[in-house]
Design a protein around this ligand. Structure first.
Ligand code: WTA
Length: 637
């Protein structure tokens, strides 16, 4: 078996070594209590974990602290005010260097501005922004005043934004005129303007000027960020909040059409984000870290904002796409800013692989010392390429398994400890308990596959689904008593190492982003021409999976141009949900394969989409359906 050992120097000097693991792993709660020492507390906690209301956990019970103070002010107080917090790189090439002292001033001003606009502790705030420093500032300002935020990815549509604002109950939205993507100013504010007539509770929109493009303006509702911040004091006294005070809600796709608002609270989330950032990336004070994820996803929350800033890290924040203005952009940034810790997604690595190794070869990447991936398993080929062409066959790769719901890394190699196997997430981190079980919830024997479960609560665990605690219990905790079911299949190999095998539910993974088949089906059915739709994730060389949709039209579509209609339906999905959900293919079919009880057999549709021999179709109500679909497909090609 191919394995990569930690470099000898790292084995000795890493933050987490084999010896420290042995000593910490003995008592889980003691371990986490010690990790809580990474934060500054205004009041100590009485109890590490209260699990008496399981699955609704309370961690660090009775403790009080302020997240923004922990991410910013305390570093300034410790004399690190001149350390760079954010090295911003705009897509057009503009750069801004923001020290911890400057970040503190910005966060204080933003906190004062929000308070002046009437935002109080507990008031939900929605954030819909490009990847610019103000996004980080807005999140920290909310945290500072105890206003939970929900960041909605800037690639989501007005509809997706509206439904999140409504479910969250936001009264204030922070946005920007736009951001730069693929060499052009891409507007954001129009989507807010389109969403808000449906969201009557929103009374204020704070607008950051980034691109300078023209924006519509609603008097009395819209306020320029620079006006609001310019008008208030540059200092602000943080208030301490309870450990379980809501920090943010992140919406994620589930197996139904309605996204779930995953709630994370203050102390447990921050403790685990801080510990894992420090341990899994082996962060040292002089490192320069860069995570390419957008702040609109959980990875951006835990590993752009909260984890790195709690650790006082210096990091790169890049606004744009990897190939603007050229395909060497990322490597140029790493060289220019001497990035030492680099965290990205397998889909991005596969794209860079396709472009060719001459792009990274043009740059000095010798500053890199630890590489990380997230979003899906990294296939061994991409792993080897990443290791060789980016990591110089020197930097270890950490393949981090975790989810929106877990809040922080759960299963991952440790760079100074693990002899890593390409494609395996390896072992649960210290303080984390995971297993691979069969249908009856019994651990599978070595070498077999089953379902990944988390067998003990962990600090950064989701606390509930916003507005729907019953769905939280039902979705994650009902399959096997006491176990959290992650929705992923996994295999435990002969050595006890864990390999992730992908989702076992109706959730797709496209470029590391979770998309629900049902949500896309609902979007398709909302089109007047569509009677019924079935969506599957078909494997794709670059994006991992790609969305393939099969639709039945309302009336005979024979008279219309099917190719044009298919294109219109693709655009319709992009408009309803966002461009990331746009199907790669839409196939117009006469029938869908269904069981006698009426359940769509997506497995068969996946076979067709992946050009495989169609599997067992004996449970179909009408066995000729698959033949018709195959013939239709061939005709469309
Ligand atoms: C998948 C992203 C294999 C998995 C942080 C999980 C992975 C879902 C890995 C969560 C990995 C994430 N190996 N699969 N290293 N990382 N996944 O909520 O299916 O956007 O359930 O969180 O991504 O996606 P989410």
């Amino acid at each position: 078996m191919e394995r990569f050992d930690p470099p000898e120097a790292l084995r000795r000097s890493a933050n987490v070594t084999a010896e420290t693991i042995d000593s910490v792993a003995r008592n889980r709660l003691d371990f986490w209590a010690r990790q809580a020492g990474r934060l500054d507390w205004d009041a100590p906690f009485r109890e590490v974990l209260d699990w008496s209301q399981a699955p609704f956990a309370r961690w660090f019970v009775g403790g009080r602290l302020n997240t923004a103070y922990n991410c910013v002010d305390r570093h300034v107080e410790a004399g690190l005010g001149e350390r760079v917090a954010l090295q911003f790189v705009g897509e057009p090439g503009d750069e801004r260097t923001i020290t911890y002292r400057e970040l503190q001033e910005q966060v204080c001003r933003a906190a004062n501005a929000l308070e002046r606009l009437g935002v109080k502790a507990g008031d939900p705030v929605a954030i819909y922004m490009p990847m610019i420093p103000e996004t980080v500032v807005a999140m920290l300002a909310c945290a500072r005043i105890g206003a939970p935020h929900t960041v909605v990815f800037g690639g989501f549509s007005a509809d997706a934004l509206a439904s999140r604002i409504l479910d969250f109950g936001a009264t204030v939205v922070v946005t920007a005129d736009g951001g730069y993507r693929r060499g052009a100013a891409s507007p954001l504010k129009p989507a807010v303007d389109e969403a808000l007539p449906r969201c009557p509770r929103v009374r204020t929109v704070l607008v950051v000027r980034r691109t300078g493009q023209d924006v519509g303006w609603v008097q009395g509702r819209d306020v320029w960020w620079h006006d609001a911040l310019g008008d208030v004091p540059a200092t602000h006294t943080p208030i301490a909040f309870d450990s379980e005070h809501p920090l943010f809600v992140m919406y994620t796709s589930g197996t139904t059409g309605k996204p779930k608002g995953i709630l994370h609270t203050t102390a447990g989330y921050l403790v685990q984000a801080a510990f894992t950032f420090w341990g899994v990336f082996d962060h040292k004070p002089d490192d320069v870290y860069w995570c390419t994820a957008d702040v609109g996803w959980i990875t951006g929350h835990s590993y752009v904002v909260y984890g790195p800033l709690a650790a006082g890290a210096t990091q790169v924040l890049y606004e744009g796409t990897p190939d603007t203005p050229h395909r060497g952009r990322w490597w140029e940034i790493i060289e220019r800013h001497r990035v030492s810790l680099f965290y990205t997604a397998p889909t991005a690595i596969r794209t860079c692989m396709k472009w060719g190794e001459e792009y990274p070869a043009d740059h000095d990447l010798s500053s890199l010392r630890v590489l990380g991936t997230v979003g899906e398993s990294i296939n061994p080929e991409a792993y080897r390429w990443f290791r060789r062409h980016i990591g110089g066959d020197r930097a270890p790769i950490v393949d981090t398994w975790w989810q929106t719901e877990t809040g922080a890394h759960m299963i991952s190699p440790l760079p100074g400890v693990t002899s890593a196997k390409p494609g395996a997430a390896m072992r649960p981190l210290p303080g984390i308990s995971a297993d691979v079980v069969d249908d009856d919830g019994k651990p599978v024997p070595a070498g077999e596959s089953g379902y990944l479960v988390l067998t003990e609560p962990w600090p950064a665990m989701a606390r509930t689904i916003w507005n729907d605690p019953e769905r939280f219990r039902e979705t994650y905790w009902s399959r096997w008593p006491g176990y959290y079911f992650a929705g992923d299949g996994a295999r435990r190999d002969e050595d006890g190492d864990i390999w992730l095998l992908g989702r076992v539910d109706d959730v797709m993974n496209v470029s590391g982003h979770r998309l629900s088949t049902v949500e896309i089906e609902s979007a398709l059915v909302s089109h007047p021409r569509v009677a019924e739709a079935a969506v599957v994730g078909a494997s794709d060389e670059t994006t991992g999976q790609a969305v393939v949709a099969y639709v039945i039209l309302r009336e005979s579509g024979a008279d219309s141009d099917q190719a044009a209609l298919a294109e219109e339906l693709r655009r319709h999905v992009a408009k309803e949900i966002g461009p990331i959900a746009k199907p790669r293919r839409v196939l117009i079919v006469a029938e869908l394969p269904k069981t006698r009880s009426g359940k769509i057999m997506r497995r068969l549709l996946r076979d067709v989409a992946e050009n495989r021999v169609v599997g067992d179709a004996t449970t179909l109500a009408d066995s000729s359906v698959m033949d018709q679909i195959r013939v239709g497909m061939a005709a469309a090609e």
